[in-house]
Structure formats: structure tokens, C-alpha cells
Design a protein around this ligand. Structure first.
Ligand SMILES: Nc1nc2c(ncn2[C@@H]2O[C@H](COP(=O)(O)OP(=O)(O)OP(=O)(O)O)[C@@H](O)[C@H]2O)c(=O)[nH]1
Ligand SMILES: [Mg+2]
Length: 353
């Protein structure tokens, strides 16, 4: 990777962190590169920054390719800037880091914000992250959060498992669809529906927007009915399902993703989209269901970092033995289950592989 800045490895992480916290843009840029490249000292930097994180509202923008995610994000940035907020953007590029195609496209679509010192845009390639995409994206988001970005947009194409995992970093996720994607709705049902907090049916200036809205609303209703039916089946009591539905509503939950029509290119209905996102934020902050989701996020944050730390440590300690075991597997002298258990024992200091 070509770097346009001086190396940072020799800088004390504390100094860099202090400059990030003071709101120095160049320091934030440097910190993000350090974190993404995992240059030595990056963990110390993250440890110093972490206590200053947790204030940003992280909004995921995902959906099918070309649905208008970047154009919409550009409008949402504008909306937040009008409220005087400092904004961060992490654009996860679906293409190869060598073509730079989509990164360039996103830059062009958001370029009017590039000169605004209160908007920080960072692109991440899908591949080439040592601890996985979602770990890298999470670390970059934490730097933006510490730097003082109040709202952070994360744009991903919701196709692969990696990208879906990145979506889990968000507090509120907008799934962007365009009209005439009936088959896509079927295809994404499994993955994207469960991460959607708000649906945007963008390109509402095109035919078929209303029927896409209907399809999505039907899906949301089906999900609700399934939940009610499940509650009813588990209680075996007549009338429980209705009571369940009533109580859930009275308790303010569960959240049902609203469907909002937008025309990003004409800045049409962006306020309504943002109002839906704001309502979701309030829901997260004020309901029990929201508290559960916050807990789930914290659990996943720790699990991602713990898994990565464990694998890094394991590679250091038993990497060679793991390699040696491959030869034994090839000769069929061993099975991978026994080998893995033995490696874990070595790792925990209780034996040899
Ligand atoms: N007609 C119409 N076109 C739109 C609208 N919003 C975006 N577009 C156009 O759709 C094309 C794709 O928009 P992008 O914002 O790049 O879409 P994207 O989802 O970010 O695309 P990828 O990141 O490549 O997946 C561009 O040519 C936009 O100008 C809209 O509301 N109506
Ligand atoms: Mg885009």
C-alpha cells in the first residue's frame, strides 16, 4: 500500500492519541492507518482511545449494489452537518483494493464533503485485513468515535458474510433497496432482513416503488406474526398470542422496521428517513429490548476482538506445530480433531502436540 504520510511506528501512541482527542484531523488519519495496518503500537493507541469512545451513533447503510447507498449517505451527511454534528464515514469497498473502482465512485459522490473539516471519510477495502474486515472496521470506527465524530455512517454492500458482520457494528442499520428488485427481496430475506432497522426504498422516482414498499411491509408483518405465533405455541394458552402482541406494544417493543420511500438524487424525503433512524435510536436508548440489543453489541464486540487476539496468540505459540501436523494429516497418521485438541492443550500450557 502506498502511504502519503511519514511512518508512525516510532511515535508514542499516547502522543498520537492526545492529538486525536484534541481533534487534529491529520492525527486521526494517521491513527486510522496505523490501526488498519496494525503497525506496532496500534493496540496501545486503541487502549488509550477506548475510554473516549461510546458517544458516537453508528448508522449502517447497506443493501443491493447500485441501490443508491452512497448518494443517500451523501444526503444523510448533509442532514447531520446541518444539525452541526461532526460526521465520520467508513465506506467498505466491495471491489478489489487494486482496481479502486468503487472507492473512487464513493469519493466522487461524497466529494463535496471532502473539504469540510467536520466530515471524515475513510474507505476500507474488503480484503487484506489481518484480523478480518469487521475487526478492522470496528477499530477504525472507534478512532472516529474518539476523534469526536457524533454520527458515523458505515456503507457496505450487503452481499457477503463479512459485510453483514460489519453491519452488526452499527446501532441503526438502513437497508437500501431500489424498485424492481423482487427477486432480490427473496434473496436477501434470510440475511439482510434480520439486520434491517429501517428500510429505504430509494429511486422512488422509478416505476414499481410502491410495490417494493408493499413487499417489504408484508415481510415485516410476516415476521411479527411469526413471533406472535411462536409466543402462542410456547404458552399453550388461548388468547396468549393477542395478549403477547398487546403487551409487547405497550412495552414499546419489539421494533418493527419502517419502510421509507426516498429519491436520493433529488434530496426527497431524506428528513423522513432520518426521522425513522432517530426513532430507532430513541427506541434503543429507552426500551428493554434496546438494552438487550446494546448488550448483544457489547458481547459481539468483545467476541470479535477476543477471537482475533486468541488466533494471533495461537499462531505465535503453536504455528509451527500446526504446520508440522499438516504433514501428519496428509500421511493420515492423525486426524484434525485430535490435533486441534492437542494444540489447544499446548496453548493452555498442559501438553505437547
Ligand atoms: N433515478 C434515481 N437514481 C438514483 C437515485 N439515487 C441514486 N441514483 C443513481 O444510482 C446510481 C448508483 O448510485 P450509488 O449511490 O453509487 O449507489 P450505491 O448503492 O452506493 O452503489 P454501489 O456502492 O456501487 O453498490 C448513480 O448513478 C446515482 O446517481 C434516485 O433516487 N433516483
Ligand atoms: Mg456506494
Amino acid at each position: 500500500m502506498i502511504s502519503d504520510e511519514r511512518p508512525v511506528a516510532n511515535r508514542a501512541p499516547q502522543d498520537l492519541a492526545a492529538r486525536v482527542l484534541a481533534g487534529e484531523m491529520r492525527a486521526a488519519a494517521r491513527a486510522m492507518r496505523l490501526v488498519d495496518d496494525r503497525t506496532s503500537g496500534y493496540l496501545d493507541l486503541l487502549k488509550v482511545l477506548y475510554p473516549h469512545t461510546g458517544r458516537a451513533w453508528i448508522v449502517g447503510v447497506t443493501g443491493t449494489p447500485g441501490a443508491g447507498k452512497s448518494t443517500l449517505t451523501d444526503r444523510l451527511i448533509e442532514h447531520e452537518r446541518k444539525r452541526g454534528r461532526r460526521v465520520g464515514v467508513v465506506a467498505v469497498d466491495p471491489t478489489s483494493p487494486f482496481t479502486g473502482g468503487a472507492i473512487l465512485g464513493d469519493r466522487i459522490r461524497m466529494q463535496r464533503h471532502f473539504l469540510d473539516p467536520q466530515v471524515f471519510i475513510r474507505s476500507l477495502a474488503t480484503r487484506g485485513h489481518l484480523g478480518g474486515l469487521s475487526r478492522s472496521a470496528g477499530d477504525v470506527i472507534r478512532v472516529l468515535d474518539a476523534y469526536g465524530c457524533e454520527t458515523i455512517f458505515v456503507e457496505t454492500v450487503g452481499v457477503g458474510q463479512d459485510e453483514l458482520e460489519v453491519t452488526r457494528l452499527a446501532h441503526t442499520t438502513i437497508v437500501v433497496m431500489a424498485p424492481g428488485m423482487g427477486d432480490d427481496i427473496q434473496a436477501i430475506k434470510a440475511g439482510i432482513l434480520e439486520v434491517a432497522d429501517v428500510f429505504a426504498v430509494n429511486k422512488a422516482d422509478r416505476d414499481g416503488a410502491d410495490s417494493t414498499v408493499r413487499d417489504l411491509e408484508q415481510m415485516v408483518a410476516q415476521t411479527r406474526e411469526t413471533a406472535v405465533a411462536a409466543a402462542s405455541a410456547s404458552s399453550h394458552s388461548a388468547g396468549h398470542a393477542h395478549r403477547y402482541a398487546r403487551e409487547e406494544r405497550a412495552a414499546g417493543g419489539p421494533w418493527e422496521p419502517p419502510v421509507v420511500k426516498t429519491i436520493a438524487v433529488k434530496n426527497d424525503n431524506i428528513g423522513a428517513l432520518f426521522a425513522a433512524c432517530d426513532a430507532h435510536r430513541t427506541y434503543l436508548e429507552t426500551t428493554q429490548d434496546g438494552a438487550r440489543k446494546r448488550e448483544e453489541r457489547a458481547r459481539e464486540e468483545l467476541a470479535t476482538i477476543f477471537r482475533d487476539t486468541l488466533l494471533t496468540e495461537a499462531a505465535l505459540r503453536v504455528g509451527e506445530q500446526q504446520e508440522a501436523a499438516v504433514a501428519r494429516l496428509l500421511r493420515r497418521e492423525d486426524d484434525p480433531y485430535t490435533v486441534s485438541e492437542a494444540l489447544v492443550r499446548v496453548l493452555l500450557g498442559g501438553g505437547s502436540a
